[in-house]
Design a protein around this ligand. Structure first.
Ligand SMILES: CC(C)(COP(=O)(O)OP(=O)(O)OC[C@H]1O[C@@H](n2cnc3c(N)ncnc32)[C@H](O)[C@@H]1OP(=O)(O)O)[C@@H](O)C(=O)NCCC(=O)NCCS
Length: 203
């Protein structure tokens, strides 16, 4: 299958007081700031960012997320709609992504981060729920028509476990020594999943 077949059309949508939209080059300063957070760097930035010099980490993270739509990865900036007078949204609150869309038919893998000063307000769980609803919406309704979404988090990342549970991603099991840090330290990870047919979380 070529990347042409995998390409996704970039989308912008609202979820309550959040606006989710594709990243662009103007997000670089805010993403660079986020990449200075030890939690994001450790659990959510990815190997390529970790290997980059600190001054280049924001740009490195952003590059492949802007172009990701062309190869089946939908990466959305989470912003505050109240601060927005247009579709650009306000301050960057976080990111939520669906990667490998349809690599396995009707499935994708989610990931997320929230900038430190906006944590603890339900932004991670609401953004994840919003992206799941969009992913499960039939394509005729503007969604992706997927059936199953999964996510992994290291077992010690209890905040991420709460985000998953609040967004309706049920715990399916523990994957032993699934996550390896650059130091070589291995971590067990939880596998969570949400199906299109699962009950929608309230709130
Ligand atoms: C995990 C993360 C996305 C949570 O974002 P958030 O917007 O604060 O999430 P929410 O407000 O929706 O929910 C956070 C939940 O975790 C809980 N929590 C936060 N820190 C916690 C901790 N140290 N231990 C246990 N629970 C914790 C909060 O109490 C809340 O649960 P509650 O609603 O039941 O009280 C954010 O902390 C983050 O970006 N971390 C670094 C990157 C990361 O780990 N990404 C996920 C990789 S799998």
């Amino acid at each position: 299958m070529t990347s042409r077949h995998l390409a996704l059309a970039p989308v912008t949508f609202e979820a309550g007081d959040l606006l989710l939209r594709p990243f662009d080059e103007d997000d670089e300063p805010a993403v660079a700031e986020a990449m200075r957070d030890p939690g994001i760097l450790r659990w959510a930035a990815g190997q390529a960012v970790l290997e980059a010099p600190e001054a280049e980490r924001g740009r490195r993270w952003l590059e492949s997320r802007i172009t990701g739509w062309e190869v089946g990865n939908a990466v959305l900036a989470v912003t505050d709609i109240a601060e927005s007078s247009d579709t650009a949204g306000g301050a960057l609150l976080g990111a939520v992504s669906l990667r490998d869309v349809n690599r396995i038919p009707d499935q994708a893998v989610t990931a997320y981060w929230v900038t430190p000063r906006f944590r603890g307000r339900g932004i991670g769980s609401r953004a994840l729920d919003a992206v799941a609803r969009w992913a499960f919406t039939p394509s005729i309704g503007g969604g992706l028509g997927l059936h199953r979404l999964t996510l992994n988090h290291v077992v010690i990342n209890t905040a991420s476990c709460r985000v998953a549970a609040k967004a309706g991603f049920q715990l399916e099991g523990t994957m032993r020594e699934e996550f390896v840090e650059p130091t070589g330290r291995r971590h067990d990870s939880h596998l969570h999943a949400r199906l299109a047919t699962d009950r929608t979380p309230e709130g």
